[in-house]
Design a protein around this ligand. Structure first.
Ligand SMILES: Nc1nc2c(c(=O)[nH]1)N[C@H]1C(S)=C(S)[C@@H](COP(=O)(O)O)O[C@H]1N2
Ligand SMILES: [Mo]
Length: 442
């Protein structure tokens, strides 16, 4: 048929036979897509944008997993087999580290959606290519594309669901998103290795400045390319390449404008229309986002009243304190962020007792770890384990007050954990018990 020298060395008779078995309709579908914009250049422009940014999304995602303390079995999924990351202690400095990695992961993940859609649009006729492959190598390449495209759509869908519905589907989300990330990353690496030379050639073939200066009426199709991205019978342009790039870029900017407010304090937070909740935290010193309210967590006022006690456990020693006892200890104030896995973050000024002072009180001034428990009886996040560096940092607090007033019930009254660069989920509210663990001798 159209191309006797397919260049893949497949037995010609086999491919001819396959071609004759073309499913009805594929021709019509392929020829229905006639945009003269489609071609290596536009695909490569979107591809370059993703090539630069997706590694950031991948790396920040993996860092977020590491921030959860997988060494304590508290990162989800807990068992990842040989996909385990090299173990290291998540640092406490800079204090905005998790705010940055998590904010970038969720923010970029959202902002890149139009670019992903633009890139898929530019190659969609290829989905209906017939025959589906002309050699074993090409068959493998197309299977990797299935993992690439399926992978990114899966990661976007599960990520969006999680920031909307949070932990309703908690456990399944983490498992799916973690393994989905590895599938996608593997396919992404294969794709980059195979296509990078094509991308470079395509971008060199048409100077960007000239291309972006070309009006719609003067927009012409690219010459036929070996990947057949250029349609065989292109129609007239309904928009210029500049317009196509601007449409995608504008979509990304719009999403950015609606998203990044969730990491800002002050009036600009209200621009975060995509922030799923906590947009109306009320005013006053406790007027910042609440992830899970005291009522939702089933915290009874009776349990946080005068009868509340904090239990500290150390090396063979148990100490019990009430709130007055804690307030009588040395108080320390620090301005620290809370950064949630759903992407939002906020910085507040917290006052309370240093965790290292509590460790010393329990007889373990140099603990290996601390296990914190909440009054909450159910719920995934009623407890957390902190690393030694997280206990010992001079700004790590059992906070009693925020912005100069007592913590509100929703922010964890009588006492909550706040540690620099600690994922929000481990800043346990309504703390009742801290167990410091000794270093094993040796
Ligand atoms: N006991 C308890 N502590 C908790 C939670 C919880 O559900 N229960 N949620 C955590 C999560 S996911 C976050 S992001 C922060 C949010 O703190 P805030 O509600 O004070 O803003 O609290 C953390 N502490
Ligand atoms: Mo969170």
């Amino acid at each position: 048929m159209d191309d006797p020298t397919d260049g893949y060395g497949a037995p010609r008779r086999f491919w001819r036979a396959l071609d004759r078995r073309r499913p009805p309709g594929t021709d019509a579908v392929t020829h229905g897509w006639r945009s003269p914009l489609r071609g290596p250049w536009l695909t490569s422009v979107y591809g370059l944008a993703l090539l630069v940014t997706l590694p950031l999304v991948i790396i920040t995602g993996l860092l977020d997993y590491a921030a959860y303390g997988p060494q304590f079995g508290q990162a989800l999924p807990t068992d990842v087999g040989w996909l385990r990351l090299p173990p290291f202690d998540w640092p406490t400095r800079p204090s905005w580290l998790f705010r940055l990695t998590q904010g970038l992961h969720v923010g970029l993940g959202i902002v890149l959606i139009p670019v992903v859609l633009g890139k898929l649009w530019s190659v969609i006729p290829k989905l209906f290519d017939w025959p589906p492959a002309r050699s074993v190598a090409q068959l493998l390449e197309r299977l990797s594309l299935l993992l690439l495209v399926g992978g990114i759509l899966f990661q976007i869908a599960t990520g969006l669901l999680n920031i909307q519905y949070s932990y309703l589907f908690g456990f399944d989300f983490y498992t799916a998103h973690y393994f989905g990330a590895w599938v996608f990353t593997a396919a992404f690496v294969v794709h980059v290795v195979l296509k990078l030379p094509r991308l470079v050639t395509a971008l060199r073939s048409r100077p960007a400045r000239a291309e972006l200066g070309t009006a719609r009426t003067r927009t012409r199709p690219e010459p036929p390319d070996p990947d057949r991205l250029v349609p065989p019978r292109p129609g007239p342009a309904t928009v210029s390449r500049r317009g196509a790039v601007a449409l995608v870029g504008g979509g990304s900017l719009l999403l950015a404008a609606l998203t990044f407010g969730q990491s800002l304090d002050g009036p600009l937070r209200r621009t975060a229309l995509l922030l799923p909740r906590g947009r109306e935290p009320g005013g006053g010193p406790n007027g910042f986002p609440v992830n899970r309210s005291a009522a939702a967590a089933g915290i009874q006022a009776a349990d946080t009243g005068p009868g509340w006690r904090l239990t500290l456990r150390g090396a063979g020693r148990t100490v019990t304190l009430d709130r007055a006892g804690l307030l009588a200890m040395a108080q320390h104030t620090a301005s620290l962020p809370i950064a949630c896995v759903e992407g939002w973050s906020t910085q507040q000024t917290w006052t309370g007792v240093r965790l290292r002072d509590l460790a010393a009180l329990a007889g373990l001034p140099d603990p290996a770890a601390a296990h914190v428990r909440s009054l909450e009886r159910a719920g995934l996040f009623r407890q957390a384990t902190l690393q030694a560096n997280q206990v010992l940092d001079a700004d790590s607090l059992l906070a009693l007050r925020v912005n100069g007033v007592d913590l509100s019930p929703d922010h964890g009254f009588p006492a909550r954990i706040i540690v620099p660069a600690l994922p929000g989920v481990h800043c346990t509210k309504w703390v009742t018990d801290i167990e410091f663990r000794a270093r094993s001798d040796g």
